[in-house]
Design a protein around this ligand. Sequence first.
Ligand code: ATP
Length: 459
Amino acid sequence: MDKTKLTMDKIVNLCKTRGLIFPGSEIYGGMGNTWDYGPAGVELKNNIKRSWWKRFVQESTNSYGIDAAILMNSRVWDASGHTSSFSDPMMDCKNCKTRHRADNLIENHSKGAVNPDTMTTEEMQAYIENHKVNCPKCGNYAWTPIRQFNLMFQTSRGVTEEGGNKIYLRPETAQGEFVNFLNVQRTTRAKVPFGIAQIGKAFRNEITPGNFIFRTIEFEQMEHQWFCHEKDRDNFYYEFKDKAMKYLLDLGISPDHLRFHDHDKLAHYAKAACDIQYLFPIGWSELNGIHNRSDYDLSRHQEFSGKSMLYQDPFTNEKFVPSVIEYSIGADRLTLAVLSEAYDEETLENGETRVVMHFHPAIAPYKVAILPLQKNLSEKAREVFASLSKEFMCDYDEAGSIGKRYRRQDEIGTPFCVTIDFDTLEDNTVTIRDRDTMKQERIAISDLTSYIAERIKFN
Ligand code: ATP
């Protein structure tokens, strides 16, 4: 299909009707920027996470996975700078009472010609005043001054709210990797350079429009910190840029829909940073970040915790605090990219439109659907399901016409449909249909596992 015709509404509707993703707390009227993954959606996201873990942990000799606690000692966030500066520049419209990010207002007003990332709060305020940037909701110019709004969710630990200690839901998973640097290095006997990866939930009090699962207040990150000597960091930065891009291409995302975007504004300790942007239905937007940081992260934790983060090179005996190359991608944002990329509307020979999700088979929610042609073939079909489901996530469907059942599987991107018919009872063969070509083949039940396994690999 012509991808310029793909709207977010189409994806949201398909996700809702096919059990991929539902609005959060829907029966209570929902809750802004929260979404629940349904039966097909949880499989899709789990498979994406698995493919990432395979690529970044399993296939690496010196990257190690962890699963750190979401709630961390508050000093972690002082050391990381989140308590003082993890904020968005917010403005309220006094007329319609909506809240907006000043940087987004400037970016939209200038149609991308002005980069607010390079501006101070005062410069943003001046731009909005000088250009009379109106409220995108009501069209009036009635702004409050810009206020920095911290995005961390707070809660308190202890029996009473007043007496309790203030703690935060982590806004990123990265700090779990930094504070475990020494634990992982010592227990694995890893030598620098090496990596620590984790997949986990992060929380941000985002108040700007979410655009479905692009921006949510609770989301999952897949992060990988690479610890290296300062002199090697530039090389590793380029290596990680390539690795990050290759992973997305291997997932089946078209190179035409991906691009690097270098950051103009860098943190004082950073040498370089870039995003990989994807052409979402809302336009080019960040999918994944790669940062060439200094020894800032470990040095700050050394300073705030009082624990030495020095590493001694066993060959040169040099002692140093390692630098970090950070690679970070949102599992939900990647799920949205994968959904947008896979979505297709085809016109069939009979004039009907077929909606089909061309997921890479490795991440498709179900690998195979077992479809008895008639209900009285269900015993044999359940036998086939029982054997295939030991290896793969399978769907089973015996309701409705076979055409409608194929369409349903196409819409959740099931790469193979296996039909059980009366010949199956005679000769133990089945028809297997390919999602993309719609071609059918007759094969022996005993060959099904290897046939499917061969075609769903993620390499
Ligand atoms: P943005 O500019 O879009 O707010 P960011 O630069 O703050 O993103 P990072 O802090 O670098 O994002 O987080 C790394 C990745 O985590 C992002 O590239 C994105 O994939 C994901 N991510 C960040 N915030 C959210 C969110 N609110 N909802 C979903 N995914 C998110």
